[in-house]
Design a protein around this ligand. Structure first.
Ligand code: WQD
Length: 337
């Protein structure tokens, strides 16, 4: 019996495949390399000393998915594949709705056709929009402020409706907070395409001397130091949460959702300071106005994940920065093509 991982060569997908292999699962991966590099496949095998099947396939290709399900005894799916740039989703909504929603519908139709009815879905804390209070709990109201977040919310709803229509389905939606860091080996990590949007790869460009300064998007938030506060979580802790969620999804049926975060927030200045400690560099800061669409504070109440999945984050912000720096040092130009 194998676990099929869509987008398993990407940042979070690759770290999850490592943990699946370490936990003894048979793994099948498909990825279209839209936001990932082929070299990651061998690096996963080097890290784990284990092999797995890989298909260069797109979830928008029904025939390719049929081949994967026909050639392998798939028992469950962990679904990462999807576009994830918030800003791009605003300027190109149809691209996001087609890829993320249509692609997921095709994947789910193939799962049903081949009688695979267990899925762990890569959702996001962005489904909470701008919450009335923090920490965020899974029973908080959900809303989307951009097409990317809307696709996450829509897929959660599609999965919920599916579990209502057929009681054999088990769907677990993991609402990630802010994943950063890299595998401790430094062989895999975060290597975004083009100009990064998220703060950690942007900090790293400044620390590496590629950029002059990090832009601090607003210091007028109602937070201790005026900058935005987020729940940063080590990508390895996040990957391990998928193993816990998979075990739970195989044990029960129905629709569930879990916040996957550390349960505390750090400010922009705190994460910049932490990376200065990890890298031994001084990082220039330039204060700019707030970034449109940003919220002031976001951090998880991860109680459900701890009590039901038996999972909690273990690594600290300094661990996250240490491992992110180590990946950068070992891969100064990211993954080579
Ligand atoms: C973090 C903090 C910024 C860059 C996004 C997506 C979300 C999820 C995670 C996929 C904020 C500040 C940033 C910079 C800054 N992705 N910042 N200068 O916006 O919390 O979440 O990534 O699921 O859906 O929205 O992450 O890393 O962009 O920003 O001051 O150059 O850093 O204002 O407070 P965000 P981020």
């Amino acid at each position: 019996m194998s676990v099929l991982v869509s987008g398993g060569v990407g940042f979070i997908g690759s770290h999850t495949v490592v943990e699946l292999l370490n936990a003894g699962y048979d793994v099948v991966v498909f990825d279209n390399f839209y936001n990932s590099k082929p070299c990651v496949i061998d690096r996963i095998k080097t890290i784990t000393g284990k092999d797995f099947k890989f298909y260069n396939a797109d979830m928008l290709n029904p025939a390719a998915l049929d081949v994967i399900f026909e050639e392998n005894d798939i028992d469950a799916v962990i679904h990462f594949a999807g576009y994830k740039a918030v800003g791009e989703s605003v300027s190109q909504p149809l691209k996001y709705y087609h890829n993320n929603i249509t692609g997921t519908l095709i994947l789910l139709e193939k799962m049903a056709k081949h009688n695979v009815k267990t899925i762990v879905f890569s959702s996001s804390a962005t489904v909470y929009g701008d919450p009335e209070s923090v920490p965020m709990r899974e029973d908080f109201p959900t809303s989307a402020t951009n097409p990317y977040g809307q696709t996450k919310l829509m897929i959660e709803q599609i999965l919920k409706d599916l579990t209502v229509s057929d009681a054999e389905w088990s769907a677990s939606c993991l609402r990630y907070f802010n994943p950063i860091g890299a595998h401790k080996s430094g062989l895999i990590g975060e290597d975004p395409m083009g100009i990064p949007n998220n703060i950690m790869p942007r900090i790293q460009k400044v620390a590496a001397g590629e950029w002059d300064a990090i832009t601090v998007y607003g210091t007028d938030y109602d937070t201790p130091d005026g900058t935005g506060v987020r729940d940063y979580i080590h990508v390895t802790d996040l990957a391990k949460a998928h193993i816990a969620a998979l075990k739970r999804a195989k044990a029960v049926t129905g629709w569930e959702t879990y916040n996957i975060g550390c349960g505390r927030g750090y400010s922009v200045y705190e994460i910049i300071d932490a990376y200065e400690r990890a890298s031994g560099t001084s990082i220039n800061r330039v204060v700019t106005p707030r970034r449109p669409g940003d919220i002031a504070v976001s951090y998880a109440d991860p109680t459900r994940a701890k009590e039901i999945l038996g999972w909690e984050a273990e690594l600290t912000l300094d661990d996250m920065c240490r491992d992110a720096y180590n990946f950068r040092i070992k891969n100064p130009r990211g993954y080579e093509d």
